[in-house]
Design a protein around this ligand. Structure first.
Ligand code: PMP
Length: 399
């Protein structure tokens, strides 16, 4: 076969697209026998397999012409109406996307130019960093902790810079698992309003809270305060099934229109059958389903924390998540999570080193553990293996 010099054909955009470290790592972690805390995958035992089989057959039988036809870019109208009613917004402001991942890319397309500043938490969601990076922006970051971003650092950045938007995951942050308290949400919103700053709120884990109730989103608070500068993203990936690739963005009509136009060039619309299926599944006892989802993750989180409390040596710090799927860990200064990863793989346990989650570099001694896909027994065993890997790395005397 005559070969081509592919790299000379790629555009500048392609150069900015890099293999995701996590996706590469995930390949290693799929070896048989490995207990993986690496992937951000939802718990498969929660997938509504039977309901989905029945509903799909019903949809195809009763509304096959709609399900298999092209649909509107904005999304299947009854699903937009459901989301509108669920969130208390005008369905005209709802765009159904092919996963939230697509919404992140569309936001990059619509709002970012090469070199334009965009503000993220450090660490932040790798999929967002990857999506935005393709548009060549200049990343600005503010440190984030168990209670969300450092507002003093944020204020400081906003004195010097005018980012195109601030991308935030206020609830059960990926990867750092933080939850921004209400008072902090209110203060952040005040700052955004004062500066006219656009906030992109990614609420992928909105329903995965372990406490009594959900905190109001920045989006809800903004609407209550008469501020339209929050674009809201969430997804059915964590409460139904990620393979369906159905998620939504909510934005004021002028911004939404641009996102719709951008989506037209990408995939015309999100698969209609999947949208119809999601709607059917939502109609079948959503409150009971959400209760179950929360209970399963709460129990897994507890199992992981108990195991960590028992096994982790001194000097290792980790978060105690109030929801979501992750524990975020900080090794003693100077220890490398990548080095630990090599030892851990040898012990047949895997996680994700935290470095790639920092858009501006750093975080070499951090890592993310997901408790979502393993059962309690394997969580305990995996943590024991992790502790062994860690002990082999610690200098003598601190063991
Ligand atoms: N945002 C965050 C914070 C996530 O963790 C994820 C999934 N890991 C996504 C967006 C993407 O979700 P979706 O499956 O809807 O593309």
């Amino acid at each position: 076969m005559k070969s081509l010099a592919w790299s000379s054909l790629f555009g500048q955009g392609a150069e900015r697209i890099q293999a995701s470290t996590i996706r590469e790592l995930l390949k290693l972690t799929q070896r048989p026998g490995v207990i993986s805390f690496a992937g951000g995958l939802p718990a498969p035992e929660l997938f509504p397999k039977e309901e989905a089989a029945e509903a799909t057959a019903r949809i195809l039988k009763e509304k096959g012409e709609v399900a298999l036809q092209y649909g509107p870019t904005e999304g299947y109208a009854p699903l937009r109406a459901f989301v509108g009613a669920w969130l208390g917004v005008d369905p005209e402001e709802v765009l159904i996307t092919t996963g939230s991942q697509q919404a992140l890319d569309l936001l990059g397309k619509v709002f970012l130019d090469e070199g334009s500043p965009v503000l993220l938490e450090a660490p932040s969601y790798l999929g967002a960093i990857q999506a935005f990076r393709a548009y060549g922006p200049r990343f600005l970051t503010v440190p984030t902790e168990a209670e969300g971003p450092d507002l003093a650092a944020l204020e400081d950045v906003l004195k010097r810079e005018r980012p195109r938007f601030l991308y935030l995951i206020p609830s059960f942050q990926n990867p750092a698992s933080g939850l921004m308290p209400l008072s902090k949400r209110e203060r952040l919103l005040e700052m955004a309003m004062e500066k006219g700053l656009l906030v992109v709120e990614d609420d992928a884990y909105r329903e995965l809270y372990f406490g009594e109730k959900r905190l109001p989103s920045l989006f809800e608070l903004a609407r209550g305060a008469g501020y339209e500068g929050v674009i809201y993203l969430s997804s059915f990936s964590k409460i139904l099934a990620p393979g369906l690739r159905v998620a939504f963005a909510v934005a004021p009509k002028e911004a939404l229109q641009k996102l719709v136009q951008a989506k037209q060039g990408v995939d015309l619309h999100t698969p209609v059958l999947n949208q119809m299926l999601v709607l059917e599944l939502l109609k079948e006892g959503l409150p009971a389903r959400l209760e179950r989802v929360r209970r399963v993750y709460r129990e897994k989180a507890r199992a992981m924390l108990e195991a960590l409390d028992e096994a982790m040596p001194q000097g290792v710090r980790y978060t105690r998540p109030k929801g979501g799927m992750f524990v975020w860990m900080e090794l003693p200064e100077g220890l490398s999570a990548e080095a630990l990863f090599q030892r851990a793989i040898a012990e047949n346990v895997a996680f994700v080193p935290g470095g790639p989650f920092f858009a501006g570099g750093g975080g070499e001694n951090t890592l993310r553990l997901s408790y979502a896909t393993m059962d309690r027994e394997r969580i305990r065993e995996g943590v024991r293996r992790l502790a062994r890997a860690l002990e082999s790395l610690l200098p003598l005397g601190t063991r």
